[in-house]
Design a protein around this ligand. Structure first.
Ligand SMILES: Nc1ncnc2c1ncn2[C@@H]1O[C@H](COP(=O)(O)OP(=O)(O)O)[C@@H](O)[C@H]1O
Ligand SMILES: [Mg+2]
Length: 243
């Protein structure tokens, strides 16, 4: 990888506005959000309910587009892309992890993890190998052929993390990943995120739980659709220093 690719932000949001029309009235869910996230950062997005966290995450994950402003992921300007290009970018560059795991109920752990590679056109043999490897890496070697309802919540979330990792995305995006887990499973999943960060992954977690946010190296707080603060280890981060 070139030096340029390494120093370029994975995420670059510039003056992002997202408006919704509700009952004929325009309301701003995001009101001018500017932020950059670099390779191998571990960021928590926090803030009260309705402050714009999920809207931000949906835009970051290319599930939604801003009303105005520029969003670049890994150097690609999202506004320039067609829907099919966006879907491809999403599949190749982003690993999603959701509160309720979003696993397919009737398929095994192995098949769930293979799914993103099917969309990416990876041949069956390689798919099977890579899915098996990913599940072994997160300690589920004994659960390859189990369906979600035969797994604990923590195990299901680990399957979803293996699924998120399997196309080797540049960004892991997790929305309340421990929201449905008890204390012990929460600790397990947070330790796993710390490992993934230590291995070089870029991790962004949306959470309203302080204990979860405390594991991140940087905390961005939202309020009323704006960034209220952006801190690392108690110190202010220069959000625009990467421009
Ligand atoms: N699809 C939508 N239609 C209308 N309003 C929405 C929609 N999604 C979010 N909003 C509004 O945008 C604001 C921010 O929402 P959201 O990003 O979900 O906040 P958070 O995730 O921080 O709780 C809220 O006021 C919410 O009601
Ligand atoms: Mg939300």
């Amino acid at each position: 990888m070139s030096h340029e690719a390494l120093s370029q932000p994975i995420i670059r949001m510039q003056d992002i506005i997202r408006e919704y029309v509700v009952g004929g009235e325009v309301m701003r869910a995001l009101n001018g959000v500017t932020l950059s996230i670099l390779r191998n950062e571990f960021v928590a997005i926090m803030g009260p309910s309705g402050s714009g966290k999920s809207t931000t995450m949906n835009i970051m994950g290319c599930l939604d587009r801003p009303t105005a402003g520029d969003y670049q992921i890994d150097g690609n300007s999202v506004s320039a892309l067609q829907e099919d290009e966006l879907a491809q970018l999403r599949n190749m560059k982003i690993g999603f992890i959701f509160q309720n795991f979003n696993l397919l109920a009737r398929t095994t752990a192995l098949e769930n993890v293979e799914l993103p590679m099917m969309y990416a056109g990876v041949p069956p043999k390689e798919r099977r190998e890579r899915a098996t490897e990913a599940l072994i890496r997160i300690g589920l070697q004994d659960r390859l052929h189990n369906r979600p309802n035969e797994l604990s919540g923590g195990q299901q979330q680990r399957v979803s993390i293996a699924r998120a990792l399997v196309n080797r995305p540049v960004l892991l995006l997790a929305d309340e990943p421990t929201g449905a887990l008890d204390t012990r499973n929460t600790a397990e999943i947070l330790a796993l995120f710390e490992d993934l960060h230590a291995q070089g992954n870029t991790v962004v977690i949306v959470t309203h739980e302080n204990e979860v946010g405390a594991h991140a190296k940087r905390i961005i707080r939202f309020r009323d659709g704006c960034i209220e603060s952006d801190t690392a280890n108690g110190a202010m981060v220069m959000t625009h220093a990467t421009d």
